[in-house]
Design a protein around this ligand. Structure first.
Ligand SMILES: NC(=O)c1ccc[n+]([C@@H]2O[C@H](COP(=O)([O-])OP(=O)(O)OC[C@H]3O[C@@H](n4cnc5c(N)ncnc54)[C@H](O)[C@@H]3O)[C@@H](O)[C@H]2O)c1
Length: 327
């Protein structure tokens, strides 16, 4: 079992990575938790024995279920069960479950403790680490949320669903060059450590934490457009290649580095080009609406000093880069 610390002062916690990590719940549960509200989805099938009185609450599937209605429904069920601040919420699932259940935990009774048991690769290396919880609005993804750190994260590599590992590809460019030589447990732990390190330096996304959005500006636009039939990991993968092409157009990186992006993303068997029916005009518009766009078009781009946010990117370069990644 590998333990990765997330150093956040009095909100610090541990991430346990390895086969059987989910059975360590009792050890990491907040002191004196009396009952565990387990939030999960049908079909996940990852059983949890909290070792204390527990009840399972099901939520719906996909981005559509990651909404305020689900949060209300969960909170009402918690209330009917009599959940109190002395209890704990346990989120068992992918990013959709951890984001939604984490947010329900953040707002129910003004905040109850929660433990994340992520069951997708994206959940383990990204969504469950760092305390960003929240849900979608019809107007866009993740528009309502709270920073609410879990009490612990249990990454059981035995409970993983096979899904496109776009988030893992991202870490290769955020200091994870050695990832290619690692086995699965080490790879998850290293990605967690990179994310933990970034989060520890910038809990509330004032600065450095924005690098974690590498590949996400286009990724989110593709998801918001809604009709491209891409999984989150696939949308991020295309976003990574697009970001490299854009960085090259802006003279920040050379062609060899763009080729490296394609090599890594392709190595995970992820898509590298826009879907054939992509509407580039609409994508540019959606990227301008991204909540990170403070001054004009903002992207997280690779460069001589590593990956960093870049503001004021000319829309013409964005369009040209989109054309370059069109099929
Ligand atoms: N909070 C953050 O910092 C953060 C970071 C990145 C992404 N996210 C969010 O994560 C979400 C995407 O998460 P995801 O890719 O894990 O998708 P997801 O949660 O929708 O899971 C994908 C599918 O896999 C199923 N599944 C999960 N675990 C399973 C298992 N062990 N066996 C069988 N099926 C299983 C789920 O039921 C679902 O159908 C997005 O909403 C994104 O915004 C959040």
């Amino acid at each position: 079992m590998i333990t990765v610390p997330v150093a956040l002062g009095d909100r610090s916690y541990h991430v346990l990575v390895g086969v059987g990590a989910r059975h360590r719940l009792l050890e990491v549960l907040p002191v004196a938790a009396a009952r565990a509200a387990v939030v999960t989805q049908e079909g996940i099938g990852v059983a949890i024995d909290a070792g204390i009185e527990q009840r399972t609450f099901m939520m719906g599937e996909g981005e559509a279920a990651k909404d305020l209605e689900t949060v209300e429904e969960l909170c009402r069920q918690f209330s009917r069960w009599g959940l109190t601040r002395g209890d704990v919420v346990v989120a068992v699932g992918g990013g959709v479950v951890t984001d939604t259940a984490g947010f329900a935990a953040a707002v129910y009774h003004r905040g109850v403790r929660w433990v994340a048991v992520p069951t997708t690769l994206l959940g383990q290396v990204d969504a469950a680490i760092g305390g960003k919880t929240g849900v979608n609005l019809p107007e866009g993804k993740n528009l309502v949320g709270a920073f609410w750190q879990p009490a612990a994260v249990l990454c059981d590599t035995d409970a993983l669903a096979t899904l496109p590992p776009g988030e893992m590809a991202k870490y290769h460019f955020l200091g994870g060059e050695a990832l290619v030589d690692c086995n699965l447990d080490e790879r998850v732990a290293r990605c967690v450590a990179i994310k933990a390190d970034v989060v520890a330096g910038d809990e509330r996304e004032g600065g450095r934490r924005a690098v974690l959005n590498y590949g996400h500006t286009l990724g989110h636009a593709l998801e918001t457009a809604g009709h491209y039939d891409l999984r989150h990991g696939e949308a991020v993968a295309i976003g990574l290649v697009f970001a490299a092409v854009l960085a090259e157009r802006l003279g920040r990186i050379d062609q060899e580095r763009v080729a490296e992006h394609r090599r890594i993303v392709g190595g995970y068997d992820l898509p590298m080009n826009l879907p054939p029916d992509a509407d580039t005009q609409q994508l540019v518009e959606l990227m301008g609406r991204d909540k990170k766009a403070v001054q004009g078009l903002t992207f997280v781009l690779d460069g001589p000093a590593g990956v960093e946010p870049v503001t004021g990117v000319p829309p013409a370069d964005v369009e040209a880069a989109l054309k370059e990644v069109s099929t």
